[in-house]
Design a protein around this ligand. Structure first.
Ligand code: IFM
Length: 440
């Protein structure tokens, strides 16, 4: 059992989230190539070299998927538009078929009583822009603002909320420092520039949407509870560095107009000239902050150059991606973010969920571990609300099993099982648990 709708404040909204490249089937509908297509086609980057060409074929099956959302009683659908579907070259010509698709999708949500929560960038950079340096290039902020304008002009009259960029840490750090996501770089200068330009692009997109008359605009950041791997002072310092780069970098820029000192220790000399002057744009006023939370990490010092840290395995039970299940971390961030950064600004949990070794057996998937995960994190949400945190909604990741980036299709996060051969959808026990909880 999950906590019931009636356990939450009256205006609290519940939703489920997905993203374009992870579910749509990128090869349909005239979309241009993205850096995830080339990253996946490069040996060793993605499990089984899988890409998003077909994914869940949501491009054709979206009515069924929206029916599933509405059938469970969700209020909100957090989805994303694909830049390369809207503008195949990233700039210039618009793919009318792509925009029409999102137009139908948004109407489909409204017809079913679902609030459309739009994200403009969930990681699939058009390949033509990657060729120009992608997020390393300061012009990326202009390109992104132009794309935002196109989407806002077409969908802006009907969307409930919008956020420019999903999880800027993943875009900047995972893609340019760890090399685990497209574009697969391991370069600190590229990282510093990408992290800064993504923020600049965020600010430009917010300005563009305000100018187009849109409201309810926010940012979506991910947070990972950074715990020292042992009780040494060195581990505490390493955890603080991880926390600065992962958890503080983006909210500090958005809400304080500065980067944390511990992050600047390593990144300052790699940032683009004049970066300090961009905070006016980066700090374009927001209506809410989205918190994506999954896990904690045990951080230890490591030899080598800054940030000189590594991860150690922790003692808690783990999900199928090996992530420790640490619901207290969600409470930690909700209270800390409200206290240190956002004050009375509404917060939403925009992603939370787990990969489980789901097995489809006799037409059902008994994912009791996923239900327990949701229950524990919803309990921490209620705890934060009781302590005065202005938390206004919760969105589960994810509606469907989908393309889990470098992990391919193996790791299943969905409330709904997808057979990637037949594309058949089967609601799991967790889907039914949500449907039950949202009734009362
Ligand atoms: O699948 C991803 C999603 O695209 C962004 N947030 C984390 C999820 C699980 O890894």
């Amino acid at each position: 059992m999950l906590p019931k709708r009636s356990d939450f404040p009256d205006d609290f909204v519940f939703g489920a989230a997905t993203s374009a490249y992870q579910i749509e089937g990128h090869r349909a509908g005239g979309a241009g190539p993205t850096h995830w297509d080339s990253f996946a086609a490069t040996p060793g980057n993605v499990a089984h070299a899988e890409d998003g060409a077909r994914a869940c074929d949501h491009y054709h099956r979206w009515p069924q998927d929206l029916d599933l959302l509405a059938g469970a009683g969700f209020d909100v659908y957090r989805f994303s538009t694909s830049w390369a579907r809207v503008m195949p070259e990233g700039r210039g010509a618009v793919n009318a078929e792509g925009l029409d698709f999102y137009d139908r999708l948004v109407d489909g949500m409204l017809e079913r009583g679902l609030k459309p929560a739009l994200t403009l960038y969930h990681w699939e950079l058009p390949a033509a822009l990657a060729d120009l340096g992608g997020w390393r290039n300061r012009d990326s902020a202009d390109w992104f603002a132009d794309y935002t304008q196109v989407v806002a002009a077409r969908l802006g009259d009907r969307i409930w909320s919008a956020a420019p960029i999903n999880e800027p840490w993943c875009v900047g750090w995972m893609g340019h420092f760890l090399g685990l996501h497209a574009p697969g770089l391991r370069d600190i200068r590229a990282t510093a520039r990408a992290m800064h330009h993504v923020l600049l692009a965020h600010g430009r997109a917010i300005q563009a949407m305000r100018a187009a008359g849109l409201g309810n605009l926010g940012a979506v950041c991910n947070f990972e509870y950074a715990l020292p791997a042992d009780d040494t002072a060195a581990a505490a310092r390493a955890a603080a560095r991880h926390d600065a780069c992962f958890n503080q970098f983006f909210v500090s820029a958005l809400f304080r107009g500065e980067y944390p000192a511990e992050a600047l220790e390593g990144l300052a000399r790699h940032l683009p000239q004049g970066w300090q002057d961009d905070f006016t744009t980066i700090q374009a006023p927001l209506d809410w902050l989205g918190v994506n939370y999954y896990t904690c990490k045990r951080i230890a010092p490591a030899p080598g150059p800054w940030p000189a840290l590594t991860e150690r395995p922790g003692p808690l039970p783990k999900t199928a991606t090996g992530w420790e299940i640490c619901p207290e971390g969600l409470h930690h961030f909700l209270t800390r973010i409200a206290r240190d950064y956002t004050g009375a600004l509404p917060l939403y949990i925009t992603e939370n969920g787990m990969a489980a070794p789901d097995v489809l057996h006799a037409g059902t998937v008994t994912d009791t571990d996923r239900i327990a995960y949701f229950r524990a994190h919803l309990a921490q949400s209620l705890r934060a609300i009781a302590e005065g945190v202005p938390l206004r909604g919760y969105m589960a990741w994810s509606l469907l099993d989908n393309y889990e980036w470098a992990l391919g299709y193996e790791k299943r996060f969905g409330l709904v099982h997808v057979d990637f051969e037949t594309l058949q959808r089967t609601p799991k026990a967790s889907y039914h648990a949500w449907a039950q909880a949202l009734k009362g």
